[in-house]
Design a protein. Structure first.
Length: 538
């Protein structure tokens, strides 16, 4: 790996193009780009984005599946000193509207259709895509570029990105600094709407560089990761980690366990990563017995049992445990691939250099002794600049001394390794996606028959955790659980749709606080019994 951590995305890509010009940078299906080809494409995209009016500090939303276009666009936006806003391709209309509006997006790049989803119809329901932009509904959105055959009158065709340009920006021409915000990552939390995490060039690149070191990633290695690029596990821990190491980044538009195994075998991949759901799906797939994997290392945030199966059944000797969160760029700690195996399997990870962690009592703030669980606090170069246009939420997350309060429970061992234990905040983790119960509750509470809804997470064999909703209906109203599930399915991403809905008369017998709030821990225990589910083990 390069021994100097680049300060900006453009500097990192320019260095890779000079150092490994003929090495494949991106291999996504039939899309194959060497580092030299990728840098040329990025400079051309950047020149055309600048021609279309995108300026330093402005925000460009990318609503695409994993592709060479996504990668090139992100680097092009960053080269101009503008800010990438990754948009979850599983968002429904209202979620997409919120993201574009809250992020102050000036430009949107999107497909006409993706995975049978008509995104044009979705955007047409938000703003006047068949007329001249901007539309008062999204007053700051000046331009929409559509990748696909159908291009509305108010939008631009993808060919606009490929027009010949006389002056191409390079890694120094736009006066971009390492401490500039480069990406706004929307993440669910304790509020009813996702928060936009502001991450910097330097934070994301340094995070990627250290992760590459922990994985033993070398130039010309081949790193397959199906993590979506609308997550920081896709951008920082996959795309950028490959870049700073001079490795090849391989991915797919959507995750399919059999396809992932075939790609890793035929492409002779040396590294991979995924969440516990992805690995469980691959471990259960019949293709695993036929695939001749050559994986040296991988990382996962998973339980001991899943980690051991990755090691034993997939033959990944260098399986690494990891802990992170979007607000920390995202990695905080990762076990080196050659650390003691049992330590790695048990989830203990070494802090990244220059990153501090405290384990404190969540109520009193007192530091906890070695081996005792408490809230994980993080401080260092990887901590976000804050939540975009949410100063109060930022102040709650980062205290006056610069400590990021994760809302996660962890322990430290005597050697300073960190292990994630559980969540303190009421977050659900559905197949690798963070989901705030209040987001789903807001959707259910908007139904005309619903008086009150409460959502908790319950175990699931494939997705690890899924939402379960308990609902009280209004006097005289009637509604069936299936109708409420359909209501949610029309209004929020599929992973947020409750797997179970129960209609009840009252929460009193389950457990209420003195301030008349439902106690989620008691509701979850009730749900496990009510639904006949076994508690998940971590």
């Amino acid at each position: 790996m390069n021994d100097v951590i680049p300060a900006t995305f453009a500097q990192a890509l320019a260095h890779a193009a000079r150092t490994w010009p003929q090495t494949e940078a991106v291999a996504i299906g039939a899309q194959r780009l060497t580092y030299a080809m990728l840098w040329d494409k990025v400079r051309l995209y950047a020149a055309n984005l600048r021609r279309l009016g995108l300026r330093r500090g402005e925000h460009c939303a990318i609503l695409l599946g994993n592709s060479a276009e996504w990668v090139a666009l992100a680097y092009a936006v960053a080269t101009l000193g503008a800010v990438v806003v990754p948009v979850n391709t599983r968002f429904k209309r209202d979620e997409l509207r919120y993201c574009l509006e809250q992020s102050d997006a000036r430009l949107l790049v999107m497909p006409d259709r993706f995975l049978e989803i008509d995104f044009l119809a979705m955007v047409r329901a938000i703003c006047a895509l068949d007329a001249t932009l901007p539309d008062p509904a999204l007053a700051l959105l000046r331009s929409v570029i559509v990748l696909g055959a159908e291009v509305p009158r108010g939008a631009l065709a993808a060919a606009e990105l490929e027009r010949p340009a006389a002056a191409l920006p390079d890694e120094t021409s736009e006066d971009v600094g390492g401490d500039d915000v480069v990406l706004i990552q929307y993440t669910s939390g304790t509020t009813s709407h996702p928060k936009g995490v502001m991450l910097t060039h330097r934070g994301m690149l340094a995070d990627a560089w250290h992760v590459g070191r922990r994985l033993g990633l070398r130039p010309r290695d081949r790193y397959f990761s199906a993590r979506p690029l609308f997550h920081v596990a896709g951008t920082t821990l996959s795309m950028l980690t490959s870049l700073v190491a001079g490795a090849t980044y391989l991915t797919t538009e959507r995750f399919d366990a059999g396809e992932a195994l075939r790609i890793m075998a035929t492409e002779r991949c040396t590294h991979t990563s995924g969440n516990d759901t992805m690995f469980l799906m691959m471990l259960a797939h019949p293709e695993l017995k036929r695939a001749r994997l050559q994986l040296r290392a991988a990382w996962a945030a998973a339980t001991y049992g899943v980690m051991k199966r990755i090691h034993d059944e997939m033959g990944v000797a260098g399986i690494c445990s990891a802990y992170g969160l979007s607000e920390a760029s995202p990695n905080v700690a990762m076990a080196p691939y050659d650390d003691d195996l049992e330590t790695r399997l048990n989830g203990f990870a070494q802090l990244l250099p220059g990153v501090e962690v405290r384990i404190v009592d969540a109520e009193t703030g007192a530091d906890q002794p070695v081996g005792s669980a408490g809230e994980i606090l993080v401080r260092g170069w990887n901590v976000m600049k804050g939540y975009y246009r949410m100063p109060e939420q930022t102040a709650k997350a980062i205290d006056a001394h610069g400590w990021l309060h994760s809302g996660d429970l962890g322990v430290m061992d005597g050697a300073g390794r960190l292990r994630f234990v559980d969540r303190i905040k009421d977050m659900l983790r559905v197949g690798g996606e963070n989901v705030a119960p209040v987001e789903i509750e807001d959707v259910l509470n908007a139904h005309p028959a619903v008086r009150q809804a409460q959502v908790v997470g319950v175990p699931d064999a494939r997705l690890v955790e899924v939402p379960a909703a308990y609902v009280i209906v209004k006097p005289g109203a009637q509604v069936e659980p299936e109708q409420l599930i359909d209501w949610c399915r029309e209004r929020c991403a599929n992973f947020k749709v409750p797997r179970y809905v129960r209609i009840i008369d009252s929460f009193d017998a389950i457990g209420m606080t003195a301030s008349a709030k439902v106690q989620r821990n008691k509701l979850r225990a009730f749900a496990l019994s009510d639904l006949g589910l076994e508690p998940a083990t971590r």
